[in-house]
Design a protein around this ligand. Structure first.
Ligand code: SAH
Length: 387
């Protein structure tokens, strides 16, 4: 029989408000549950509300799956995966690189699947998906027919669910680097050792957009594989790409060569120091991109994160020629769009520059945000013109 859990009145209010996560203190669950089960969710009187993944270790005890009592079986996952793939094909006709499954927003909490051409790279982030690893891989193989599937279930958040990190080839075979395209630029990513699932597909549409604002001399800070730098290089006379990881610099260099781009200078340095030195030297640029890693994984680090963003953006504004463009991103969930915009305001004031906001963007459209779950809305990407 399917296990059942009940919600406290507070949990019930949360469920009714449409939030797909219910916390430990709002759930009463039988002791024998191990985590990973699909449970029936009821109110305190036993009336059926829907179904959810159960996590025993996590503070987030329930992750909503369905309002009805349909079986959460192979057919369920197949339907979700086919629907998710259809959306991407509609958004990006002919493209073969995209986020295929973006967790809750695609109806499968705790699952991320990125498609890089013939290969898939996935993350199983909760016991509910971890325990269905083989089932999910079977469905992905039958729907997408990939040459290989990489398992990148090694992000730190797994620990909050009581899951150990895990990575390696799950199905088929995956070469050391995998080719994929973003518009006219070809990339190679290392799905096993690269960051996240291999690359940052959430910035894919922003990479292409940034090229439209580019001319003259460009600076790309926090470059990774050159997602921004190589698109900028199509239009700029020179691009300087700053990246602290040596491995990333090696791959970025290979990607620049792959595309025959000879106007990319790669600097293996700390972007904070590099920006400071460039300001001291009086350097000027036509386009600057700032795309740092997340600065605050929890609330206690927010103030330090805000100082970091302020410093980077202030320096970037000081480096821009009048009329130059700043493309500035933040992927820190705990710094929301309004807070980030306020930091940009204050950087502009300190730089004594008049700054126009041209675009307020988010993650690429293959990273949908689930209404009711603001936690899936983490990436901000502003286009500013600095006068
Ligand atoms: N802009 C990239 C993604 C950036 S992810 C893209 O669009 O694809 C953040 C990158 O910043 C990582 O590659 C990380 O190695 C690098 N990084 C982290 N701290 C850094 C620092 N202080 N200076 C320069 N690079 C840094």
């Amino acid at each position: 029989m399917q296990p059942s859990v009940s919600l406290t009145p507070k949990g019930l209010a949360r469920w009714k408000s449409g939030h797909p996560w219910i916390y430990q203190s709002d759930v009463s669950a039988p002791k024998h549950l191990l985590g990973g089960e699909v449970v029936r969710v009821t109110d305190a009187r036993g009336a059926f509300l829907g179904q959810a993944f159960y996590s025993r270790e996590s503070k987030i005890t329930l992750r909503w799956l369905a309002w009805n009592d349909r079986p959460i079986d192979e057919a369920y996952f197949r339907e979700r995966i086919i629907a998710a793939d259809a959306l991407r094909k509609e958004l990006f006709p002919g493209e073969t690189t995209y986020r295929l499954i973006h967790g809750e927003a695609d109806g499968i909490p705790g699952l991320v699947v990125d498609r890089y051409g013939d290969y898939l790279s996935l993350q199983l982030l909760v016991p509910g998906t971890e325990k269905r690893k083989e089932l999910i891989a079977d469905v992905l193989e039958s729907v997408l027919r990939p040459k290989g599937i990489m398992n990148r279930s090694d992000p730190g958040v797994r620990a909050l669910e009581g899951l150990a990190p895990e990575k390696g080839v799950l199905r088929g075979s995956v070469p050391p680097t995998v080719p994929y395209r973003e518009g006219p630029i070809e990339f190679r990513a290392d799905l096993l050792n690269g960051q996240k699932t291999g690359a940052f597909l959430d910035q894919r549409e922003n990479h292409l957009m940034a090229a439209q604002y580019t001319q003259g001399e460009a600076l790309d800070c926090f470059s990774y594989l050159g997602g921004f730098a190589l698109q900028l290089a199509r239009r700029a006379s020179r691009v300087t790409a700053v990246e602290i990881s040596e491995a990333a610099c090696t791959n970025l260099n290979a990607n620049a060569q792959l595309n025959g781009l000879k106007n990319v200078d790669i600097v293996n340095a700390n972007a904070f120091d590099y920006l400071r030195d460039q300001v001291d030297e009086g350097k000027k640029y036509d386009t600057v991109v700032i795309d740092p890693p997340s600065f605050a994984k929890n609330k206690s680090a927010i103030e330090a994160a805000k100082r970091g963003y302020k410093e980077l953006n202030l320096r970037a504004m000081m480096l821009l020629k009048p009329g130059g463009f700043l493309i500035s991103a933040s992927c820190t969930y705990h710094v929301d769009e309004a807070t980030f915009e306020a930091l940009l305001d204050s950087a502009a004031a300190d730089a004594k520059r008049r700054v126009q906001i041209i675009e307020r963007r988010g993650a690429s459209r293959d990273h949908p945000v689930l209404a009711g779950l603001r936690e899936t809305r983490y990436l901000k990407c502003f286009v500013l013109r600095v006068l």
